[in-house]
Design a protein around this ligand. Structure first.
Ligand SMILES: Nc1ncnc2c1ncn2[C@@H]1O[C@H](COP(=O)(O)OP(=O)(O)OP(=O)(O)O)[C@@H](O)[C@H]1O
Ligand SMILES: [Mg+2]
Length: 273
């Protein structure tokens, strides 16, 4: 059952045929605990992601989803294995990557707008254009009015949306999102999902999207990577057969329901969740 592909439709086959952009090869990550023990957070993870592909990652708490993200971003080195981007090993943080962390990690002394323009400053991009783009992105995430506010004045969901705008500012080719909608109410969450798909369809970024929601994973992705814990590993890769462009109506089709039931079964059977 390990690393098994769940075969799919012509749509899924097309997704699979895209040229490899990210190549995760035998990646392992072992952490030392305070008590001197070891945690195998990731073991032998292999994953090829096509250019412009949308990947969702599902799995129980502690299976290594968040551990994988900084490795893909070049912010952390795995204990074993390697990651290639466009055929080249990732050796450090790249300007083509945008990350939305599980915790929004905004700078408290910067306004919302200046939190969003941060990557432009780091990358030395023109200031005026960055401010204009930041304002556009704040409008997209429903925070057009909040540019002058400080993070402490925002709710958790609002802070998370600032994090999303910040990750998009420099128009990265690879967008890594770790439970970006976890703190949002159901309606905002659905709208943000639709907005993300709209952005993705326009810009064709490669997206890796971690979520605990089976229906969100299916709604967004070309393929869903199902992970298992202890040790953290890829249990199965499921090709999503829902046609694009997607609307919320797709979620109420029998095919969607069957795929969701299948993934829930996998999560239950393999992880005890
Ligand atoms: N810096 C660290 N030091 C020691 N152990 C760590 C460290 N980071 C993560 N771990 C351990 O690695 C495993 C994977 O953690 P990770 O945060 O990647 O899980 P996750 O799948 O993102 O979980 P969740 O769904 O709860 O966010 C866990 O057992 C965790 O305790
Ligand atoms: Mg996590």
């Amino acid at each position: 059952m390990e690393n098994q592909q769940h075969t799919g439709s012509p749509v899924a086959t097309a997704a699979k045929a895209k040229p490899a952009f990210i190549d995760v090869r035998n990646v392992g990550q072992v952490f030392r605990t305070q008590s001197g023990g070891e945690v195998v957070a990731l073991q032998d993870v292999n994953l090829t992601i096509g250019d412009g592909e949308f990947i969702s990652v599902l799995g129980p708490s502690g299976c290594g989803k968040s551990t994988l993200m900084p490795i893909l971003a070049g912010l952390a080195s795995p204990t074993s294995g390697d990651v290639l981007m466009g055929g080249e090993p990732i050796t450090g943080p790249g300007k083509d990557v945008g990350v939305v962390f599980q915790q929004p990690a905004l700078f408290p002394w910067r306004t919302v707008l200046r939190n969003v323009t941060l990557s432009a400053e780091v990358l030395g991009l023109p200031k005026a254009a960055a401010r204009q783009r930041a304002q556009e992105l704040l409008d997209v995430v429903g925070l057009g009015h909040a540019g002058g506010m400080y993070p402490y004045e925002l709710s958790g969901g609002m802070q998370q949306r600032v994090g999303i705008a910040r990750a998009l500012l420099h128009d990265p080719k690879l967008l890594l999102m770790d439970e970006p909608f976890g703190a949002l109410d159901a309606l905002t969450r659905e709208n943000m999902g639709l907005e993300l798909l709209r952005i993705w369809e326009l810009s064709r970024k490669t997206v890796v999207f971690v979520t605990h929601s089976v229906s969100e994973a299916l709604f967004l992705a070309d393929r869903v990577v199902v992970m298992a814990a202890r040790p953290g590993r890829v249990a199965e890769i499921h090709e999503v057969q829902v046609p694009r462009p997607r609307t919320l109506d797709h979620m109420s089709t029998p095919e969607f329901g069957e795929a969701a039931a299948y993934l829930r079964h996998l999560l239950g059977a393999k992880t005890g969740d």
